[in-house]
Design a protein around this ligand. Structure first.
Ligand SMILES: Cc1cc2nc3c(=O)[nH]c(=O)nc-3n(C[C@H](O)[C@H](O)[C@H](O)COP(=O)(O)OP(=O)(O)OC[C@H]3O[C@@H](n4cnc5c(N)ncnc54)[C@H](O)[C@@H]3O)c2cc1C
Length: 411
């Protein structure tokens, strides 16, 4: 049935968060504009993406992963130059602080990986770091790795900018539309059922964030995608804070931080995380409410004290929180499943779906349009889980471990 108000499309993208909007943008860039994005909420980017800190880091442990992040940064820089819709991208650079000898060795390996990928980084002295972040005490630092092209953006603005550019190219984005089922015939996707009727399509892209498990279940594909709670706070204004300060990561303390206007944004990866089984909540509904966890905020403040003791005196202005998804091997799930033609994944973001969104979009396009996608893109296929028997409790424990060791050595 053709819907009066929405109409059919060659490609339906389910989910209007940073990833779904980024995928539509990438499809349009590749000349695929008969695309319809469906978002169940009344506004785009109103679930996990709205809570993200917007950090964009390119220093990673594999060349492919560095290149994916570099593609995102290139895209954000181009988008920021467009006066009509900007993602709020600030290329302020980033400092990565090592407090242990093992971490120094890891930074050296990461620098070699960055060099191989063509990403500029440099080791700088504590004095040079202090010149960039004057309120911090860098004396405990054993090494500081500087990446000048890193930065941060405003996740909502990014989603809106993707959407704006995609609409100009001819894509359609509809809100208030919940996908309730996926139609298949002879081993291929042929459409979706929504609260506003059926829509015919050849391809469905699952970018449903914490609901990606539910959407995959609609076609009987079982994927180990587990929401894990994540939080950070923004303080009241603090002396010396300004939006041009670099982003900072202190992996030995499991912390990240940046300035949010004139306040401190401080978050991290607590050692005992809280996760959900995906069947704890339903398709079409919001993810469970999260109460602010002041103990975790206190833990962040305690861990940053050796570098910034004044954090303890700052009042908290707001706490941001959500359920980013984690998978047992900590890697994105991207591409079409061999088990069902026309069913494509764009999820399992392991808490870097905003920074990764442009790169994920590019890889989704590569998986769909290239006859020979790269080894890396093929390695992200959902089939790596669909071809094996995984056990839910074990998989959830592994996904939680990915969160808890987010800044673990070599992760
Ligand atoms: C506190 C916090 C801080 C973070 N900081 C960062 C950071 O600094 N950098 C970074 O890169 N990442 C960060 N993340 C992670 C990042 O937010 C996620 O990886 C990213 O937002 C995932 O985007 P998404 O589009 O997959 O999910 P979402 O933003 O959750 O979007 C999925 C959308 O799908 C819709 N949907 C679901 N089911 C259906 C359906 N059946 N029909 C129609 N629509 C549906 C939902 O309503 C939702 O809008 C952070 C996360 C949190 C919680």
């Amino acid at each position: 049935m053709i819907m009066d108000s929405i109409g059919d499309a060659a490609i339906v993208v389910i989910g209007g968060g940073g990833v779904g909007c980024g995928v539509v943008h990438s499809l349009c860039q590749a000349g695929k504009t008969d695309v319809l994005l469906l978002e169940k909420n009344e506004a785009l980017a109103s679930e996990t993406t709205s809570q993200a800190a917007g950090l964009v880091g390119q220093v990673r442990t594999s060349v492919d992963r560095v290149r994916l992040a570099m593609w995102s940064v290139k895209t954000f820089s181009e988008m920021e130059a467009d006066p009509e819709a900007k993602p709020g991208w600030r290329q302020v650079g980033s400092l990565r602080i090592a407090l242990t000898d093992e971490r120094v060795a890891e930074f050296e390996r990461m620098k070699l990986t960055a060099d191989e990928a063509g990403l500029k980084t440099a080791f700088i002295s504590a004095d040079e770091a202090r010149a960039k972040w004057p309120m911090f005490d860098f004396s405990p630092a054993k090494s500081v790795l500087w990446c000048p092209s890193d930065g941060y953006l405003q996740p909502n603005d990014l989603a809106m900018a993707y959407a704006h550019r995609a609409r100009l190219a001819g894509a359609r984005l509809a809100t208030g539309v919940t996908v309730e089922g996926i139609r298949t015939e002879y081993g291929r996707v042929v459409g979706v059922d929504t609260n506003r009727g059926a829509i015919a399509c050849d391809t469905v892209i699952n970018a449903a964030g914490a609901h990606a498990w539910h959407v995959a279940q609609m076609v009987c594909l079982d994927l180990p995608i587990f929401p894990v709670r994540h939080e950070y706070f923004v303080s009241v204004d603090a002396d010396g804070m300004n939006p041009d300060l670099p982003v900072m990561r202190v992996p030995d303390a499991s912390l990240y931080l940046r300035a949010e206007i004139n306040g401190l944004l401080l978050g991290g990866w607590e050692p005992e995380s809280l996760s959900l089984k995906p069947d704890d909540f339903k398709n079409g509904k919001k993810t469970p409410h999260i109460e602010e966890d002041w103990e975790v905020m206190g833990w962040f403040i305690e861990k940053i004290a050796p570098l910034y003791s004044r954090a303890a005196d700052l009042g908290v202005r707001s706490i941001f929180k959500g359920w980013p998804t984690f998978v047992p091997d900590g890697r994105f799930i991207v591409g079409e499943s061999r088990q069902l033609g026309g069913f494509v994944m764009a999820g399992g973001c392991n808490a870097h779906g905003v920074s990764g969104s442009a790169g994920i979009g590019r890889h989704v396009v590569e998986s769909m349009l290239e006859s020979e996608p790269s080894d890396y893109v093929r390695s992200l296929s959902p089939d790596r889980f669909l071809d094996t028997d995984w056990e839910a409790t074990e998989a959830q424990a592994s996904a939680k471990r990915i969160y808890e060791t987010y800044y673990g050595l070599g992760s």
